[in-house]
Ligand binder design. Sequence first.
Ligand SMILES: Cc1cc2nc3c(=O)[nH]c(=O)nc-3n(C[C@H](O)[C@H](O)[C@H](O)COP(=O)(O)O)c2cc1C
Length: 327
Amino acid sequence: MPQTELPIVQSPMAGGATTPDLVAAVVDAGALGFVAAGYLTADQLRDQIASVRERTRAPFGANLFVPWPRKDTNVEGYAASITDDATRLGVELGTPRWDDDDWAAKLELLLADPLPVVSLTFGCPSDAIAALHRVGSAVAVTVTTADEARKAAAAGADALLLQGAEAGAHRGAWTPDAEPVPLATLLADVKTLTDLPLVAAGGLEDADAVREVLENGATYAQVGTALLRSPESGAQQAHKDALATPAETAITRTFTGRRARGIVNAFIREHEEQAIEAYPQVHHLTRPLRAAAAKAGDPDRMALWAGTGHASAQDAPAAVIVRSLTQ
Ligand SMILES: Cc1cc2nc3c(=O)[nH]c(=O)nc-3n(C[C@H](O)[C@H](O)[C@H](O)COP(=O)(O)O)c2cc1C
C-alpha cells in the first residue's frame, strides 16, 4: 500500500459519487483515494484516471467489481411489482440482463497502465492478484467475514479492506449468503488471523470512531458516507440533503438485487418483501426509475446509499473532512 500522511482511505463510490475532483482532493490532503471503476466502461475508467492525474501527482488507486458467476434469475415477478413506480415517474423499467461489469477490459487497462494500488470488491480471484503484482500494483481485497479474510490472505492480498455491517451501499461480500458482521467484531476476529494491514470501514463518521478502529488494530480507516456531502462528491443533491437528516438505514435488495445499505424510503418500505437476489439484473431493471427519481428530486424512489452514521456527514470540502477525521 502506498505510504500516506494520514491513516484515512476514501471509499471508491461507484455510480457517480466518486469524481476525479474528490479523489484528487483527498490524496492532496494526505489520505489514500480510489477511483471507482464499478459501472464504468474501460474507456470511461481510462478517462477518470487521466483526469485524476491531471489534478494531482499524489498516488491513488482504483477499485474493481469482481463479477459473480452468471445466473439467469427470472425477475418478471419483481418487475411487475415495481412497474407502477416507474410509470409514476414517466419512464419504463430497464431491460434486466447479466453482465460482468467489463471486468476483463478494465483489468487489462490496469495491467497496461498500472496504479500503485488496486482494490477488489465482491470476490478475490488469485490469478488477477498475481497479474497485478507482476506489474507492481499492491492489491487490497474487500472482506466482510473472517472466512473471506482468511481466503484473501491466502490468495495473496497485500491489505484487507474490512467492511462492517454499518457500511453504506453494497455489501462487498463474495456470496449472497454472507451475513453482515459489525465492524468491531470483524476487526477483532481478523486481527488474530493475519499481520496484513487492515483497513476498517463502515459507519465511521468522526475522529472518535476513527481513533477507536486505529486503537483496535486497523492501519487505516476508510470512509465513504462521510465524504458524500462534500462539494467534490458527485452524489445527487436530493441524496446529499437526505443524508443530513437523522433517519433509519437498512440493508435492502430492492434497488439492485444485491444487499446494500441505504436510508429507508418509500421504495424500500413498499418493495422489500418482494425483493429478490438477482444482481445485476435488478440493477439494470431499476436504473431508469432511479435516474428519473434523481432528476425529479424524489428521495422516495432513489437509492439513498448511506452508512449508519450518515447524519454526521459534513457539507464541507473533502480535504477539511479528511483532516477533521484525524484530529
Ligand atoms: C455511495 C456509495 C457507493 C459505494 N460504492 C462502492 C464501490 O464502488 N466499491 C466498493 O468497494 N465499495 C463501495 N462502497 C462501500 C465502501 O467501500 C465502504 O464499505 C463504505 O463507504 C464504508 O461505510 P461508510 O459509507 O459508512 O463510510 C460505496 C459506499 C457508498 C456510500
